[in-house]
Design a protein around this ligand. Structure first.
Ligand code: COI
Length: 360
């Protein structure tokens, strides 16, 4: 389906200076090119092209500025020791983008064409893929609604773009354990809301709680369900896992949690290792009880940006739960090494997760 549209390519005439790949931070610098494709009701999605990275011009009345009709994705490209370029399960990102599109009333994109555009873009800007330990090229596909109209209804025009940024770790802690505050006042979403979609509004809704937690020295907040503030959902930028008395538990996909691709990969990996694992509803009381009994063995988050991120402390009801003496646990380390090893080609990929990017 994707092959019928040719992707127009316009090369930059002035390549940008590369940043210091040892000191990247997250999402601050962008590569030389970007992918763009437009939608209108007459032509559908049309004119896919790769152009020099540049600002875009939009009408101030564009729907996205007023009502937030927008979706996005995040994935990464890695360069292996033998100079191959790998993507991690990219088809999953475009499937999820289309699920988010459904929720936000945005017309579906052609997943094959989007992947073709992404592979071309990565190939063209491949000298931006950093190889320093813990770094990668972060890829951000997204769609914004561009119709100039102030009525609240789905836009009739959209822009799909892919931009890319060489990144280090998402958290300032790097791969050291992070401190997380359990949020008891604000809600991110509720069942039936937009929690399963990857849309800007979910993240805008999280800022206030995160700001308050940050003032107390916590990197992120752990969201509880919006209705009862009882059951664990996810962290601001990642899904969450608990190892309790030998069993790994993660909240089930209840309609308000993001269906993380790293989350799904970890579940597959744990089953492959025969580690007891379950997806179920888990309350914060159960976690605190396990902590008091000395059974809360490890806690970690998972996400594309966050990778596998150990949690060293959880704050809830004024109580500090210090997990594994604030150190990264054995299972968390094994999962981190295996997932990142598969992603950057250091270890074999028994699951067929990685896709090599080659010249056309
Ligand atoms: C990702 O992990 O790629 C995300 O999209 C999370 C983002 C909020 C940094």
């Amino acid at each position: 389906m994707g092959g019928h549209k040719t992707i127009d390519i316009q090369l930059t005439t002035t390549k940008k200076e590369k940043p210091d790949f040892h000191n990247l931070g997250f999402g601050k610098v962008f590569t030389d090119h970007m992918f763009v494709m437009d939608y209108n009701e007459g032509e559908g999605w049309h004119s896919p092209s790769i152009i020099p990275y540049q600002p875009i011009s939009l009408d101030p009345a564009s729907v996205v500025f007023h009502y937030g009709q927008t979706v996005f994705e995040g994935l990464k490209a890695y360069r292996t020791k033998d100079e191959k370029i790998l993507l991690f399960r990219p088809e999953k990102n475009f499937q999820r983008l289309n699920s988010s599109n459904d929720r936000l009333c945005i017309p579906h994109i052609d997943e094959e064409l989007a992947l073709e555009g992404l592979k071309k873009l990565v190939w063209m800007d491949q000298d931006w893929i950093p190889t320093v330990e813990g770094t990668s090229l972060y890829i951000r596909p997204f769609i914004i609604s561009t119709q100039p109209y102030l009525g609240v209804s789905p836009s009739s025009q959209y822009k799909f773009m892919i931009i890319m940024s060489p990144v280090g770790s998402y958290y300032k802690e790097g791969i050291a354990p992070v401190k997380i505050a359990v949020e008891q006042e604000f809600a991110r979403t509720v069942e039936g809301g937009t929690g399963t979609a990857k849309t800007g509004g979910n993240y805008a809704a999280s800022l206030k709680a995160q700001e308050i937690a940050g003032e107390k020295g916590y990197s992120q907040v752990l969201w509880l369900d919006g209705k009862e503030k009882k059951y664990v959902e996810e962290v601001g930028s990642m899904n969450i896992f608990f190892k309790i008395n030998g069993e790994v538990v993660t909240p089930s996909l209840n309609g308000s949690i993001l269906e993380g691709i790293t989350r799904n990969s970890i579940l597959q990996l744990l089953k492959h290792w025969n580690v007891p694992v379950s997806e179920r509803r888990i309350s914060i009381d159960e976690i605190y009880e396990a902590y008091q009994k000395g059974q809360l063995e490890e806690v970690f988050g998972s996400g594309t940006a966050a990778v596998i991120s150990p949690v060293g402390e959880l704050l809830w009801n004024g109580q500090k739960m210090i997990i594994n003496n604030g150190e990264t646990g054995k299972l968390t380390t094994d999962i981190y090494n295996t997932v990142t090893g598969i992603q950057n080609g250091k270890i074999e990929d028994p699951f067929n997760w990685v896709l090599e990017v080659k010249e056309d």
